[in-house]
Design a protein around this ligand. Sequence first.
Ligand code: ZN
Length: 500
Amino acid sequence: MDNNAYDDLVSRLKEIGQLDSTAALLDWDAETYMPKNGLSVRADQLALLARLSHERMTDPAIGDLIGSLDEKCDDEACETNVREIKRLYLRATKIPTRLVERIARVSTVAKESWQKAREKSHFETFKPHLAELIDLRCQVADAIGFQDERYDALLDEFEPGMTTKEVTRLFTALREPLSEFVQAVSESDAAPDASILHRSFPIETQKLWCRQMAGEIGFDFDSGRIDISTHPFCSGNAPTDVRLTTRYLENFFNSAMFGTLHEAGHGLYEQGLPIEHVFTPRGQAVSLGIHESQSRLWENLVGRSRPFWERYYPQCRIAFSEALSDVSLDQFYAAINVVNPSLIRVEADEVTYNLHIILRFEIERDLIGGKLAVGDIPEAWNDKMETLVGVRPDNDANGCLQDIHWSMGGFGYFPTYALGNLYAAQFFARARQDIPELMEQIGRGEFAPLLEWLRMKIHRHGQHYRASELVQRVSGRALSIEPFLDYVSDKFAPLYGIES
Ligand code: ZN
């Protein structure tokens, strides 16, 4: 390996990483503390950073340096960084700048028109902008190139290496058994009372409680913070500075409790990435799907488990005594795990959630593949909702206008949510094999063994392995729907008296 060329590439990568993380920090500030009049100045600052980052990434000098790397790498950090910088450089240089600028401009307008359309529940308002965005994203896909399907090129941005064919295979297999399970739940006589979660939970108490819970599972407050924002997120500035946000609703316990565990799950991944490789691919997360697996694992497989609440419910009941004094552990556990087929994705439970994603994926894939016309989205959406989840939206605000993603041109993003759930179940099943006492440990509030397992198997590798390789190495098999379906039936069949 030509060390000078490699070192030069790495220092360029690090600077690009620093620009991007500075932008992320400004973004975090805009969502948390910035006064509202700061918006236009902030937009200029962010646009400048985005331009500088893009210019550096597409600098022909990077192409020259890549070209001069002729010998083999001596270590895995080099292999990972060279592989990724080639991929990122090729991707960035293939997309014409005028297309990048056009998308940025159209997205700004489209986001506004989407907001208006959603308020009025009027798809036609959004339709022309959506049509243009789809056309632009198709041009991007064509510029990048693909082997089988155009959608592959878009999916690759969020889940590198994943293909439309593979997602279709997984989701098609998942569709029916999951829909049938939801149907069985709907027919069940079990009626958990979820209204107990809508009693009064004082916000100041919730703040202390959520902070304690994030700390219990291992989130390090010397290397991170929790603040408040309307839309919760996790912004990984560096493993030593991870920003989580959450949202407190006095009349809904789940929002902050499970939102915090979710974001803390993302945060634990960020804090576990190798600091010595910060700002380079070797020190970054694998993909959005793998990231989501970490948040879902802590939020659902740990945080909505019975052992977790056997440990923490007695304390929780004292902290929120007004709301919970007459609620037993069984009632509480059933309430936080209620399955309720509904129209809105962000309110969906563990069982129906993936069905919301399958619907979006099928529509996106057909739009990008030219098999579905933009004007036919509302009807396709409503029909699929009825088939998959068993409920039909009576207006577009509760249907195809509910999510922000398409207004930002983010086609190919949705599948990573469901992939995250599948990865999470598969990783967790393996963790239970490797740590036979895992559920007992969770019941004692001992999370260090699980966190250490995740650190060793997933976090410390950064992007060394692609998602599919990582899954194979960690679990000994390719990604499958089985661990997820087993988890769903093991947990929810007893709750709903369903024979499995
Ligand atoms: Zn997430």
